[in-house]
Design a protein around this ligand. Sequence first.
Ligand code: ZN
Length: 483
Amino acid sequence: MEPIMSQIWSRVCQRLYRTSVNPRRSHSGCAEHAAVPASTNSRHTRPTLLVSRLYQPSNLRDVGQDSRSQGEMTCKSQRLMLQAGLIHPSNAGCYYYLPATVRSMEKLMRIIDEEMQGIGGQKLDMPSLCSAELWKTSERWDLMGKELLRLKDRHGVSYCLAPTHEEAVTTLVAHQTTLSYKQLPLLLYQITRKFRDEPKPKFGLLRGREFYMKDMYSFDVSEEAAYQTYEAVCHAYTRLFARLGLRCIQVQADTGNIGGKLSHEFQLPADIGEDRLLVCGNCSFSANVETMSSDSTDCPQCKTGTLVESKGIEVGHTFYLGKKYSDLFNATFSNAQNKPSVAEMGCFGLGVTRILAAAIEVMSTEEAIRWPGLLAPYQVCVLPPKKGSKIDQVAVLAEELVHTLGETLPGLRGEVVLDDRTQMTFGKRLKDANILGYPYVIVVGQRALEETPRFEVICQQTGETMFLSQDGLLDLLGRVETV
Ligand SMILES: [Zn+2]
């Protein structure tokens, strides 16, 4: 072959190779899954997700013991997540996120990406290690106090592990000297690990020292345009929580050490919430207690309603920043008259790990995890009969079913697990499935012996149980929304 031709050919081959091993498109599910070929059914080459092989160790260590390394057992989501093998404590305020949690978080991140990109957001990734110089310019090096996690490198240069990136992103945009008004609004966001030197980490993933956050920064041509962007982000947040089936209240909030003129918090009402909210029963007014100047319980907006106090978990925060950072770092664009003009900014946070833990907190019972449907690590768990029981022969139907579901319903590919721990009774495995909160549990039992086999389907979100043929099952599960 000509040298050029051979180069092209090798590029084509590389592309083909990449396509065939892309785990999201692959026929055989994802490589990171505990996927092994089903040993009893050699006709299928597609691997089955077996519960016995999933790394989801329940009670890695008795949660009652060694409470120092576990952290104080302070809330339901922390206890349930530890017991279910979703998280494991390392050092204070830090956790291992075990595979089921990572699956769930990745789903949440995909939904966040959809919503942020839906309003024009562009994803980037900024260094966690931020130089002290930047933070001194904004004076936050001193203002942040002890919560800022600081360190020095071998040359004695100071850094922080960033909890937020206003300084960094504004510097980046300031470095672009050719930014035109035609390119605004510019919405840049990232989903990365953030750090905070919590004095007393508690509530599991709700108040840790290391966690995932989505932070978005907006740059606009004018105050008016910046307010429009602010509204668009608030709407996107509202839509996000609605998709997750979470009741979320948008409350007026204090701007704190981020600074700026306007701020809202997105709060999930919960008994363990650390924020005190005042909500009007008559109109849409709601505010964080911190922002209220008087003790009056009369609504300042409608004047007739009474404010009622409730507790909330803060899962999102929005700030209109104005020119606070853009002035400081000289983030400018050229306006329609081709003159440099300082950008109007906003910043918008979402606690990713916190949304996940807060959702478990508000949706679960004391004994069993319940997920927002879209975030369940796996949608379906199929239970074959106990080994050696009278209906042992229908076990093969269970395995067939797992394959048929994944093959027929693209949304369920990689979402169906087979509870192959057939040394255990249905009862014991059903109890586990209940605790783990799979939205759908399918029992392949007695009625699978009928001429048209029937499967018992338990919808764990609603508590409903029904007996369906395979067609009925495909019809029901075909409507399950996945991301
Ligand atoms: Zn009111």
